[in-house]
Ligand binder design. Structure first.
Ligand code: C5P
Length: 297
């Protein structure tokens, strides 16, 4: 992406959770989790230029508004750097909203990366990273991208080796759950919590350069999500009926995905699901990606 004069720009990838365990509730009200994050080639575009005040223009109304994490991130960065000026943020959304694929957190991380270049070039990386966690639990992942084991709130990251090529078909159902993440965490019961054995076993496979084990992609939010939105059980059945090796849930949902071995098989599955699901879901194909898109301008 080439930024117009005066603008600095980057792209913000989506993520999938390749298995997710919730270990328990913490004293600070958050939960400890264990998950494997994987960023994928589905991107929002974000451009920034200096402005007297921080404002956000979305290409659509969704994603704009005061609680947008990109806006919050720029304001935190500006306060930390003592920068007099703010920034105009232009956000071009492609990542579905509140879907479990990290769009809002990724936009915040992209805002921090571009905002640092524009407003706070002298600010050291750790100071930027501190602002990241304050903006949302998944933001630290999007300051590095690629594949990582996440523990703590999801903010303690261990990079895992760059992947062999892999593709995913992502199914984003058109259901909305008010205050989704907080609601889903609050709906967990003791039976949904665990020690994260499957996630740690998967991480160990990946450290050794072995492929993803589709049998280790379980997600602690499944029971709670299907309890709140029973229609998603049927939607999962439709995907499973089409025969991918496995179907898994990402984040706190409601998106599901199927890991695929090659792009042709991914396209064929995506086309069949689009036909079958129609307006009930958006179906996207995306490859796994390593690292982060450059900041340009
Ligand atoms: O970090 P984020 O703002 O996305 O989290 C939204 C809400 O989800 C938190 O206020 C908290 O209730 C819950 N949460 C949690 N444990 C996490 C992440 C989020 O309990 N690791």
């Amino acid at each position: 992406m080439i930024a117009p004069a005066g603008w600095i720009a980057t792209r913000a990838p989506a993520k999938l959770n390749l298995g997710l365990a919730v270990l328990g509730r913490r004293d600070d009200g958050y939960h400890d989790l264990a998950t494997i994050f994987q960023t994928v080639a589905l991107y929002d575009g974000l451009a920034l230029r200096r402005a007297p005040q921080t404002i956000l223009d979305g290409t659509d109304s969704v994603g704009a508004g005061e609680c947008n994490l990109a806006l919050v991130a720029i304001e935190r960065l500006r306060a930390r750097a003592g920068a007099g000026e703010g920034a105009e943020i232009r956000l071009t959304k492609a990542i579905p909203i509140a879907a479990g694929v990290g769009g809002a957190s990724s936009d915040a991380a992209a805002a921090l990366r571009t905002g640092r270049a524009l407003l706070a070039p002298a600010l050291a990386e750790p100071a930027v990273a501190e602002r990241a966690l304050g903006s949302g639990s998944d933001v630290p992942l999007f300051l590095r991208g690629g594949r990582a084991l996440g523990t703590g709130r999801g903010d303690v990251l261990e990079a895992l080796p760059p992947l062999a090529e892999s593709w995913f078909v992502i199914v984003v159902p058109g259901v909305s759950i008010p205050r989704k993440t907080a609601t889903l965490y609050a709906s967990l019961s003791a039976a949904d919590l665990g020690g994260g054995e499957a996630v740690f076993e998967q991480a160990e496979r990946l450290r050794r350069g072995r492929g993803l084990d589709p049998g280790l992609l379980g997600n602690a939010f499944e029971r709670a999500l299907y309890g709140l939105r029973p229609e998603l059980v049927e939607l999962r059945g439709v995907i499973e009926h089409r025969g991918p090796p496995v179907v898994a849930l990402t984040g706190a949902g409601p998106s599901h995905y199927a890991p695929m071995n090659d792009p042709e098989a991914a396209s064929a599955l995506a086309a069949r699901l689009r036909e079958e699901l129609g307006r009930r879901a958006v179906v996207v194909e995306a490859a796994a990606v390593a690292g982060l898109p450059a900041v340009r301008g």
